[in-house]
Design a protein around this ligand. Structure first.
Ligand code: FAQ
Length: 327
């Protein structure tokens, strides 16, 4: 037993609330909003769920930019529905976060002031319509790999939100793959567009899983608390193994000369993304960080009158109800 283990056991022995929490986590049961939880657990959940919610909301922008330029009515309807789904995911996640005692307003302020993060992937531009398909296939594909285990996360509202989100993400991934498959059956120019798009998104998709395990400061504690169920590197490996046969069926390649099947490991070996680039993007210096936040800030400011009207309406309804009750 390590010194830390002994300290944890001592705390648990003297603190029945901590002991109850540890037992729930130890049994793989769920913590609910009214249960006692350590401050660090609450802070970690707010950080991760907020980052996740912000990602869904900012993630509407790269694809949203193509709604007005979709090549057919069918593609436009599909894309519109997908982008609306992302808005819904953001709202489920903000609601889950609110059960931890922070308001959606506070979270939005933290996003637009840069105090909270969102996924690095959404700081890359969408340069062609093929990017809509590639985002569906690879970005939603990576999101599914990361998020299916989160359906079993230890905090109830987060896990329940993830179940519905994952069902919709699976549909998103298939629509992306179907779009790329259609383009691959088209002209040489369309096939080249798909390959060029895949070349740009492959490495940023691998970065979505976070830094390598030995450079991930939050993983050990988050896994001990059952918030994360798998390590960043394990999920990245799962994604590579899943994507390689899909790429072969599609007829595209990934831009990684080190990518090959390793019989001994029973997995694909692959190269490392450029982690310096990842850190730059996370720090706000990616190709589209400034544009994404400016767009979000403007949408928030433009929506101020809607929030004011809704608040005034709620106050009026409440006063009518009070007056009615008094009469
Ligand atoms: N981007 O110690 P770790 C989607 C930060 S949703 C930016 O490993 P952790 C749907 C991390 O916050 C995509 N920052 O951290 C969609 C931490 O900084 P902090 C979003 C990143 O939390 C599809 C620091 O690096 N999904 O795509 C990233 O244990 C298509 C050290 O990292 C989720 O949020 C990154 N990629 O593990 C929408 C899933 N990676 O906060 C539209 C839930 C790491 O200490 C279109 N989140 N960082 O200052 C998670 O599973 C985890 O939070 C990880 C990071 C795995 C992302």
């Amino acid at each position: 037993m390590t010194a830390t283990d002994t300290a944890a056991t001592d705390t648990a022995a003297t603190d029945p609330l901590q002991a109850g929490f540890d037992t729930t986590i130890g049994h793989g049961d769920r913590i609910e909003p009214r249960d006692w939880m350590p401050d660090g657990y609450r802070r970690t959940l707010v950080r991760q769920i907020a980052q996740h919610a912000h990602s869904e909301i900012i993630g509407m922008q790269p694809e949203g930019a193509w709604i007005g330029r979709a090549p057919s009515l069918r593609r436009k309807a599909i894309l519109l529905a997908k982008v609306q789904d992302e808005a819904g995911h953001g709202l489920y996640l903000y609601s889950a976060c609110e059960t931890l005692g922070v308001s959606r307003g506070e979270l939005t302020e933290k996003l637009i002031s840069g105090a909270q993060k969102y996924s690095s992937i959404f700081n890359y531009p969408t340069l062609s319509y093929a990017d809509v398909g590639t985002i569906g296939w690879l970005v939603d594909g990576a999101a599914i790999c990361n998020q299916v285990p989160l359906c079993r996360t230890s905090f109830g509202p987060y896990g329940r939100a993830m179940i519905r989100i994952c069902k919709e993400e699976s549909f998103h991934q298939r629509q992306g793959y179907e779009l790329l498959m259609t383009m691959m059956q088209g002209t040489d120019e369309q096939r080249a567009m798909v390959q060029e798009s895949v070349n740009r998104f492959w490495w940023p998709a691998l970065m979505m899983f976070g830094p390598p395990d030995d450079e991930s400061p939050n993983s050990a504690q988050s896994m001990a608390w059952g918030i994360k169920r798998n390590s960043n590197d394990d999920l990245r490996q799962r994604f590579v193994d899943m994507s390689v046969p899909q790429a072969a069926a599609l007829g595209v390649t990934f831009p990684d000369p080190e990518l090959r099947w390793n019989d001994e490991r029973g997995h694909h070996d692959f190269g490392q993304p450029d982690w310096d680039e990842f850190m730059q993007v996370v720090k706000g210096n990616g190709p589209c960080n400034t544009q994404r936040i400016a767009h979000r800030r403007k949408a928030h400011e433009d929506g101020a009158w809607v929030r004011e009207a809704a608040t005034a309406y709620a106050a009026k309804q409440a006063s009518v109800a009070t007056a009615g009750g008094a009469a």
